[in-house]
Every structure is written in structure tokens, then in C-alpha cells.
Design a protein around this ligand. Structure first.
Ligand code: GUN
Length: 284
């Protein structure tokens, strides 16, 4: 049976560290500030945004929330982003994705000041991740790395398989594993021999967005399995991309959904906002 990696506990420890650092900054007259922008009323996005607000309160950040109508135009949203770019109280700007169809998310991301881009979605920050000289780590992949580190799971020389190639998770995830000297394979919906590829993996990160996609017959005995999914099963119950009950019997370590990667994403967002506040004030 696998050891379950407790994302709630690891995220609480990260937030505690951020809180302590925030107290130090506050004693210097600096309060880190995060602006979160949500457009429309997608219930999942609403839940994420509420959780981000709670986390800001917990660590002692200043936060602003902008809940815009679903009919907001791209120009209006970009005007808000530009205003936040100039606002000294705001160190981090997060525009919750997905955006409604009339808005091009690439144009909005491009408008965010790279120094305030706490999602690390701006092309400048993506480029920095590619060359290993980053200020901000993308929150979900960084959270996965933190979970692996919490169990002292060694990545060097290991066969790592990432399932999914999104800009938010799959691609940056592969880069972070590569920086730790993993031998990384990115797989996706067109991969022909996915089962064989997965069977060769020491570490699997499932970020495909399909409920219970990774089955036990795709997992080598003793593999580490990290589940980035946030899906619904046939009964509407929250589940991940991994068939947890079966895979748990074969893996050495596994993350649950909920309570695995999810809480880490928010903790890493807090860490990035703290970093942004330090950068803005020339503090190490
Ligand atoms: N939507 C789903 N995940 C994320 C995330 O990490 N950042 C933003 N901005 N939107 C998201």
C-alpha cells in the first residue's frame, strides 16, 4: 500500500513559513498585496478565488478581489490589469482562468507586469523557467515539487512521466523535473503507447483532466503517483485523474484528491506573492 502524501499538512507548513516572513516584512513597513480578478460566475473558479482570499487573510497579506461581469470586454479587463500594474499596494496580480470566450487570455496575460505575474504565465516568466532562472515558479508544478521534497523523493536520474501538456501544468512540470535531473517524458492525448510509457515510470504526474484516467495496470510496482486532476466521477463526486483505490495498492507514494496537490497550488501562490513583494522592495 502506498504512503499517502498529505497536501494539507505540507501546504499548512508552507503557509506558516510565508506568514512568518510576512511578519518580518510588516515590521519593515511592507505588506504584500495580491489582486485576484475573476470574470463571470464559473462555480469552480469562484471556489478557487474564495480559497485564495482565505489564504491571504491567514498569512497576513493585503488582498483585493475584482469580480467582473461575464460580459466584460477584453479592453476593460486589460485596463484593470494596467491599473493594478501601477498600484504600489499590489505586488501580485492573478487573473483567474478560464476567461469568457470574448476575451483572449493570451492578450490579458501579456498585459500583466512580469514582476507581478505570480502565476508565472507571462512569456517572460515562462522563458525564465525554460532556462532555469526563475523568480516565480508556476504554482501547481511548484506545489508538486514541494510534495516530492516533503517525502525526500529523489528525482535525479529517475524516469518521470507527465501526462498532459498544458501551459499551466504539463509543460512547466516537465521543466521543473528536468531541472532536478529527472529523465522526463511528456505524454498527451495523441501518445500511442501510453500504457507502456507509464509502466516505465518511477514518477508519474497525472494532469490530463479526465476522471480516474490512470489505472493500476499503467503503473509500475513502487512508482510515485502525483494526481493534479480535479474531476467529477460518475456520481458527481470530486476525484482526480488517478484511479486512487486501485493505484494505491501498487504505488509507493500517492497524493489524494482532494487534499493533495490542490492545497499546494494556493500555498505556492502565497509564496510567489511574498517573493514579488520582496522583489518590489529590493529585499532578499
Ligand atoms: N485556473 C485554474 N488553475 C489556475 C491557476 O493556477 N491560475 C489561474 N490564474 N487560473 C487558474
Amino acid at each position: 500500500m502506498a504512503k499517502i502524501i498529505d497536501g494539507k499538512a505540507v501546504s499548512a507548513a508552507v503557509k506558516e513559513q510565508v506568514k512568518k516572513e510576512t511578519e518580518r516584512l510588516k515590521s519593515m513597513g511592507i505588506t504584500p498585496g495580491l489582486a485576484v480578478v475573476i470574470v463571470g460566475d464559473d462555480p469552480a473558479s469562484r471556489t478557487y478565488v474564495n480559497n485564495k482570499k482565505k489564504a491571504c487573510e491567514l498569512v497576513g497579506f493585503y488582498s483585493e478581489e475584482y469580480a467582473l461581469e461575464g460580459t466584460t470586454t477584453q479592453e476593460e479587463l486589460i485596463a484593470l490589469v494596467k491599473r493594478l500594474n501601477r498600484d504600489d499596494k499590489i505586488n501580485g496580480i492573478l487573473v483567474q482562468l478560464p476567461l469568457p470566450p470574448q476575451i483572449d487570455d493570451k492578450a490579458v496575460i501579456a498585459a500583466i507586469d512580469p514582476q507581478k505575474d505570480v502565476d508565472a504565465f507571462h512569456s517572460e516568466n515562462v522563458g525564465r523557467i525554460m532556462i532555469g532562472e526563475y523568480k516565480f515558479l508556476p504554482c501547481t508544478p511548484a506545489g508538486v515539487m514541494e510534495l516530492l521534497a516533503s517525502e525526500n523523493i529523489d528525482i535525479e536520474g529517475k524516469s518521470c512521466v507527465v501526462i498532459g501538456r498544458s501551459n499551466i501544468v504539463g509543460k512547466p512540470m516537465a521543466m521543473l523535473l528536468l531541472h532536478k535531473n529527472g529523465t522526463v517524458t511528456i505524454t498527451h492525448s495523441r501518445t500511442k503507447n501510453l500504457k507502456e510509457v507509464c509502466l516505465g515510470a518511477d514518477i508519474i504526474v497525472a494532469a490530463v483532466g479526465i476522471a480516474k484516467f490512470l489505472k493500476a495496470d499503467m503503473v509500475k510496482q513502487g512508482a510515485v503517483v502525483i494526481d493534479v486532476g480535479m474531476d467529477r466521477d460518475e456520481n458527481g463526486k470530486l476525484c482526480g485523474d488517478v484511479d486512487f483505490e486501485q493505484v494505491e495498492k501498487k504505488a509507493s507514494y500517492i497524493t489524494p484528491v482532494p487534499g493533495g496537490v490542490g492545497p499546494m497550488t494556493i500555498a505556492m501562490l502565497m509564496k510567489n506573492t511574498l517573493t514579488a513583494a520582496k522583489l518590489a522592495n529590493g529585499i532578499e
